[in-house]
Design a protein around this ligand. Structure first.
Ligand code: NAP
Length: 514
């Protein structure tokens, strides 16, 4: 087994990769509009209802139809997962890991095809889709190695006359509820971590992106994952989501999504139902209102580039996106002008077209919500650029920057999850950090400063799970920057880190007198 190394991102600036990506897009275009079944206990199962997945760049174009499970099918999936757990829990860690090494290898070979699906279904640009696939591969490679490490004999203090052994054993059946914004990477990471740890799962993908999830399930079938270990159950969060969260046989819930849904799951999961033998574990990674703090002594252009990249990569639809820049008053006007200039130069367009910087937002409800926030922003700050829908048959919004926004403004406090950035003035570095902390979230943050004392101050005082100095606040890498946030950003599970699999295992200590 090789050492883990992050998957390289594709250079699309020229050469064969560009042509291969165009071929993959053409191939996927020819596959649009197909129907995908549920997968329960290894069987393909249709459903009366269906989810229609649309291309956000061309909202009349159907990406696919996916069976929409009801509660009876959710129960069947639970029974299938319970049944499979009896054998999967005794399958050796190395054997379990090999399924994911194999899946990662196949995904690597078909990288552009997976990317192309996300260009069509999630409105990801080439580069954003490529990074999503690379992260999915990383998660599988990393967690598979992690499980092998955890299955080794663990270091305990040895005493004479006894053999003491600590083993990490799985929990049971888990419900995996990912968001649509990293529709492959996060789904794959949350699922593979739970399975490689010896659990069986029911995966309820986000309703905006069920087709790319179905593609991952095709891959799991291709590698021969035993029936019932992973069950594919698209459906309404409110209907089957609640049913599964409340089910007495659910052992854990691995959720990534919004604050409100995460809190609801946490509350529902706390109740004990007849036949339930355990306290359910809830891993809930939630929203952000991430800030970049800009000190008075920095390279203005460099900071402005980082702000614009962090704010408008994937149209601001990342939990780590910079939605606030808090800038020292002495250089505020120059930074604001440069940010507005760079933002105005971003090309908005259909995600699969070569050279587009910002694609559409994901669906009609996101579109409406973001435009509402832009209307609110007009009364809370000065519009510096954008501020309107952008042309096209999809959900296009101009990247928008508001200046002189107060920290208590709604656009400074509420997660918009779109291409909207608020700039705020601070009169000292300490005030800037206080303003950065003044939300209920605590996911990512960045500081641009050349003052060592200020960086040390931020290291102590800036209360976020992932803090970056003199670089953008997005783009955490598996294994390099384990990811998760504080406060209402979630349970700080640190996905892609050495602690992550412990969330899906329990430690059993066996002591034998010799
Ligand atoms: P969301 O609306 O909360 O949905 C997330 C998932 O929860 C979806 O699969 C959704 O299904 C499901 N769901 C909805 N209601 C449910 C219920 N009552 N019971 C069980 N499941 C339910 O979030 P989203 O819009 O997909 O994703 C964006 C959010 O995710 C943002 O807040 C973003 O910051 C956050 N996020 C956080 C991280 C992180 O690591 N902290 C990473 C990525 C994204 P349906 O689609 O069927 O409603």
């Amino acid at each position: 087994m090789f050492e883990f190394a992050n998957e390289a991102l594709t250079d699309f600036s020229g050469g064969p990769e560009r042509e291969k990506m165009k071929d993959a897009l053409n191939h996927v275009k020819g596959q649009l509009g197909k129907y995908y079944d549920l997968v329960i206990g290894g069987q393909h199962v249709s459903a009366e209802g269906k989810i229609v997945s649309r291309d956000p760049s061309e909202s009349t174009q159907i990406v696919g139809y996916v069976a929409k499970a009801d509660r009876d099918q959710a129960e069947l999936a639970m029974q299938a997962a319970l049944h499979a757990f009896d054998t999967w829990k005794h399958t050796g860690a190395e054997v379990r890991a090999r399924y994911f090494f194999k899946a990662a290898a196949i995904m690597r070979r078909r990288k552009h095809e997976f990317s192309a699906w996300m260009c069509y279904e999630a409105g990801k640009t080439w580069a954003e889709a490529d990074a999503d696939v690379a992260e999915a591969i990383d998660f599988m490679e990393f967690y598979a190695r992690e499980m092998v490490r955890l299955s080794d004999r663990q270091p305990l203090v040895r005493i004479t006359g006894e053999d003491n052994d600590l083993q990490y054993i799985p929990l049971g059946v888990g419900v995996i509820i990912p968001p649509w914004n990293f529709p492959l990477a996060i789904l794959v990471g949350m699922t593979s971590a739970a399975i490689v740890s010896g659990n069986t799962v029911i995966v309820k993908p986000a309703s905006a992106t069920p087709v790319i999830a179905a593609k991952f399930f095709e891959l799991l079938e291709e590698v021969g994952l035993p029936a019932g270990v992973a069950n594919f159950l698209p459906g309404s969060g409110g209907e089957i989501g609640d049913y599964l969260v409340e089910h007495p046989k659910t052992r854990f819930i691995n959720f990534t999504g919004s604050r409100d849904v995460g809190l609801r799951i946490s509350r529902l999961a706390a109740d004990v139902h007849p036949g339930q033998l355990w306290i359910k574990r809830v891993v809930a990674e939630m929203g952000g209102k991430d800030a970049i703090v800009v000190d008075n002594n920095i390279d203005i252009n460099e900071a402005a580039i980082a702000i614009v990249n962090s704010a408008f990569g994937f149209g601001g639809q990342k939990c780590s996106a910079c939605s606030r820049a808090i800038i020292h008053d002495e250089i505020y006007d120059q930074v604001a002008a440069r940010v507005a200039e760079l933002t105005s130069a971003l090309q908005v367009g259909r995600a699969y077209e070569d050279g587009v910087h910002v694609g559409p937002v994901v669906d009609q409800s996101a579109y409406d919500k973001i435009l509402d926030y832009i209307a609110i922003g007009r009364s809370e700050g000065t519009l510096l650029c954008g501020g309107d829908k952008a042309p096209g048959n999809g959900y296009f919004i101009m990247p928008t920057v508001f200046g002189d926004v107060k920290t208590e403004a709604r656009i400074s406090q509420e997660e918009i999850f779109g291409p909207v950035l608020a700039l705020t003035r601070a009169h000292s570095f300490e005030e800037a950090i206080a303003l950065a902390n003044a939300t209920e979230y605590g996911l990512t943050g960045a500081v641009y400063s050349n003052n060592r004392d200020h960086l040390e101050y931020a290291r102590r005082e800036f209360h976020v799970g992932n803090l970056y100095f003199n670089r953008k606040c997005t783009g955490a890498l598996v294994g390099v920057q384990p990811f998760g946030g504080f406060n209402m950003s979630g349970t700080d599970s640190k996905a892609g880190g050495r602690d992550y699999l412990l969330l899906f295992t329990q430690a059993k200590v066996i002591s034998e007198k010799l």
